[in-house]
Design a protein. Structure first.
Length: 248
């Protein structure tokens, strides 16, 4: 049995008078609500046009996007939400806050082609395929490590004195291979993820992790509590960046 097709995209940037929305309604009617408008502009789509859109979504493998592309508490910036379901019942619900999957622009282009819209034209998206940002703060010190655009940065004091490091390509590929084995993508977003029986001691370490690889993303943080295989992860990160990580 064919499922009801859903194509919905919402975008909002602070400050703005309101969201921009693209939506497929009943009878193959496409609706475009521009920023600040109360009512949408509607047009009828051909079945072929919708079929070509779904073909493009399969090519881009949008079904493998993560659920959430948001890192930390952000008061402003660009917020977006995508909800898709094709006739075969494939479903994707994703949202983000100034963070995006690596092929986000291509999906926006496909939406604009379908709706005849100009959604996100001129908007700049950070769609780097490989990003690592790790920071920790504890009494008497801290640490910040990042990898972006193939540039590694290390601040072992947490005081903003970062140094650039050369990242070996073989080590980097080996790092991503081992990250897959550790299944970091299934870590909880917050640690502890359940209320502990006893409150942790004061002056423990706060930590934050943002990691993106292709269409996978994980944003998580914690205080004094870590995922079970966190030490293995920090060892892999130490080997990649050439610095010793001793968080716990």
């Amino acid at each position: 049995m064919k499922k009801k097709e859903i194509i919905f995209y919402e975008s909002n940037s602070f400050p703005s008078p309101g969201p921009e929305i693209l939506e497929l309604k009943a009878a193959n009617i496409g609706s475009i609500i521009e920023e600040g408008a109360m009512r949408g502009i509607e047009t009828e789509f051909t079945k072929t046009k919708i079929k070509n859109f779904w073909k493009k979504m399969d090519e881009l493998n949008v079904w493998n996007w993560d659920k959430n592309y948001s890192f930390g508490e952000i008061c402003d910036g660009h917020m977006w939400k995508l909800h898709l379901r094709n006739e075969q019942g494939k479903v994707k619900l994703s949202k983000g806050h100034s963070e995006y999957p690596y092929n986000f622009k291509q999906v926006i282009n496909a939406l604009n082609t379908l709706f005849g819209s100009k959604m996100e034209k001129g908007q700049s998206f950070d769609t780097e395929k490989e990003i690592i940002e790790f920071s920790s703060e504890y009494y008497g010190g801290g640490m910040y490590i990042s990898l972006k655009d193939n540039i590694g940065l290390i601040d072992e004091s947490g005081e903003g004195d970062s140094i650039k490091v050369k990242i070996d390509e073989f080590k980097k590929q080996n790092f991503w291979k081992n990250i897959e084995k550790l299944d970091v993508w299934k870590w909880h977003n917050k640690y502890p993820h359940r209320k502990p029986k006893y409150e942790p001691l004061t002056c423990q370490a706060y930590w934050n992790l943002k990691i993106i690889y292709q269409d996978k993303a994980k944003y998580c943080s914690g205080y004094a509590v870590y995922p079970n295989n966190f030490k293995k992860f920090t060892k892999e990160l130490s080997d990649l960046m050439g610095v010793e990580l001793n968080i716990e």
